[in-house]
Design a protein around this ligand. Structure first.
Ligand SMILES: [Zn+2]
Ligand SMILES: [Zn+2]
Length: 282
């Protein structure tokens, strides 16, 4: 989705839900900033061979295992400061916490290293040791990393074939998909929260525990929220929010907007005993 389409969607969301206006004003500015950062990053070139890409991804590892996502710590630091600035201007309720983050001298190289060590607890500990709110810090780090991951996905995603992958992690960067989309012909796709890549997954399968037992899987629609559904599982009690774009010409979603708009579904899910991140033995 380009920035113009995104702004049109923000307008529509605001018309439907005027109470979200302050959050949407924040997001409008944030996404403009993120797209500018992304546009300033160099395109990523494939250094591995195309057959190696096929072997890696068909073998069950995301592309980023073969071809690491390049994140220059200095460029990341600048992105982080820009994201923090936008947050600070808009999130008045959390201005104190944002100020504490802005006052700290961060070691951006260490932040990038901890992120790629796949042990996010290291990042949270880093925040705690500086006396800043860990969840907000982790959120800002993720937001600042998004342009790098999007750049990577738009540069290298073309080397992946759709039928190579059926995992719930992203085939490009390895993050777990957090939102679903039913495409024009009814195919179910998962969307990556970090690089925005979409990939097909089976319709009759729980994205958390993997069960394919029809009797355990339920789809729940909410009348007040047309265009969205819950795909829930009675085996692990997990759920996935899904945007239904079957038969529509306009395709694609923005995760932040979709997640914000569909918050009533989280409530419905909680009332019925489902959770978004169930504990499932891997
Ligand atoms: Zn991804
Ligand atoms: Zn399940």
């Amino acid at each position: 989705m380009n920035l113009e389409e995104l702004n049109a969607q923000i307008d529509r969301t605001e018309q439907r839900a005027p109470e979200l206006a302050p959050t949407l004003a924040y997001y409008r500015e944030l996404v403009k900033e993120l797209r500018e950062i992304e546009a300033g990053l160099p395109r990523v070139k494939l250094t591995a061979s195309e057959p190696e890409v096929g072997i890696t991804v068909k073998g069950g590892a995301p592309l980023s295992v073969l071809e690491p996502v390049p994140v220059d710590p200095q460029a990341f630091g600048l992105a982080f400061e820009r994201v923090l600035n936008v947050f600070w201007r808009h999130q008045q309720g959390r201005a104190e916490e944002a100020a504490a983050i802005a006052r700290t001298m961060w070691d951006y190289e260490e932040i990038v290293r901890l992120f790629f060590s796949e042990d996010l607890s290291g990042l949270l500990q880093m925040a705690e040791s500086q006396g800043v709110e860990p969840q907000l810090f982790a959120y800002l780090v993720m937001m600042a990393l998004r342009p790098f991951f999007r750049r990577y996905a738009t540069s290298l995603g073309k080397y992946l074939k759709r039928d190579w992958w059926r995992d719930t992690r992203c085939p490009v960067c390895g993050q777990k998909g957090t939102f679903g989309r039913l495409a024009k012909e009814g195919e179910r796709l998962l969307v990556c929260p970090l690089c925005d890549w979409e990939w097909p997954i089976r319709r009759i399968q729980c994205v958390h525990c993997g069960t394919e037992d029809h009797a355990q899987l339920v789809e729940i629609d909410v009348e007040e929220l047309p265009g969205y559904a819950l795909h829930a599982c009675n085996k692990c009690k997990g759920y996935l929010k899904v945007v239904d774009q079957r038969g529509q010409d306009e395709q694609g979603i923005d995760l932040f907007l979709a997640d914000l708009e569909s918050q009533p579904l989280d409530q419905v899910a909680a009332e019925r005993g489902y959770t978004r991140e169930p504990e499932v033995a891997q």
